[in-house]
Design a protein. Structure first.
Length: 243
């Protein structure tokens, strides 16, 4: 237990240091200039650590992962934002979202959940499912997941990373912003979003860690003198439009 506590504390210190380093680099090496926005890296302590949105305002999910975004530029070019799936499909077919409903609304046994079936299928086929190497480990994971869902249900809200004693910059429900200005759920933080949608929570903390590079001019226009001020004003605008 002590070892896990020390590992968690070390991780928090490391993540916080990375966010401060990225902020320092942009503020002092890049000069906090709107024209340098394309070089800004995440996580970044100079930016808002989170914004709050209504989870039902998320209409699409894309496949980019929050893990992949670590230490990467905030503004990303390419077609990553075009590969999206509507949440009607996600809610109906993604095992994480289906399992959340099964555990909370139906009080289903762990062995009858969609995630159990998916993980057991992968375990039998490959000998490992994620990091799980036995049915016992899978059931242990699902029980922890159920207890997490019940805690959120009891609290009536999702706590922020800072409230949980974790690094404030990074780790919230991860989202991205496509070239059309549409907010997209990434592949990180799905269990938290699932319980928020099942419980009908009005507001959840999210972080936007990827913005399509074509939006740089629009973001920069929010403050012609400061890149970080421009981004933060832009994020506040996204928050207002999704509350």
């Amino acid at each position: 237990m002590l070892s896990e506590h020390l590992k968690r504390a070390a991780r928090v210190r490391f993540d916080s240091a990375v966010a401060r380093l990225n902020a320092w680099s942009f503020l002092y090496l890049q000069g906090d200039r709107p024209v340098a926005l394309g070089r800004l890296r995440m996580p970044n302590a100079a930016l808002l650590p989170k914004i709050f949105i209504n989870p039902d305002k998320l209409a699409f999910k894309c496949n980019i992962r929050g893990d992949d975004e670590g230490q990467r530029k905030l503004f990303l070019a390419g077609d990553w934002d075009l590969k999206r799936k509507g949440f009607a499909d996600v809610d109906a077919n993604d095992p994480r979202y289906v399992t959340c409903r099964q555990l909370i609304r139906d009080a289903a046994p762990l062995e009858e959940t969609a995630e159990y079936r998916e993980l057991m299928l992968r375990l039998r086929k490959h000998g490992v499912a994620r990091s799980f190497r036995s049915e016992k480990e899978i059931l242990g994971y699902l029980e922890k997941l159920r207890q997490f869902y019940l805690r959120v249900q009891a609290d009536g809200r999702l706590k922020t990373q800072a409230e949980l004693g974790l690094a404030a910059h990074g780790g919230e429900i991860n989202c991205a912003l496509g070239r059309d200005g549409v907010l997209l759920k990434t592949n990180d933080g799905n269990h938290r979003l699932a319980i928020a949608r099942v419980l009908g929570l009005a507001s959840v903390p999210i972080q936007i860690s990827v913005i399509h590079a074509s939006l740089i001019p629009e973001v920069a226009a929010h403050d012609p003198a400061s890149g970080t001020a421009a981004i933060n004003a832009f994020l506040e605008k996204i928050e207002r439009s999704h509350c």
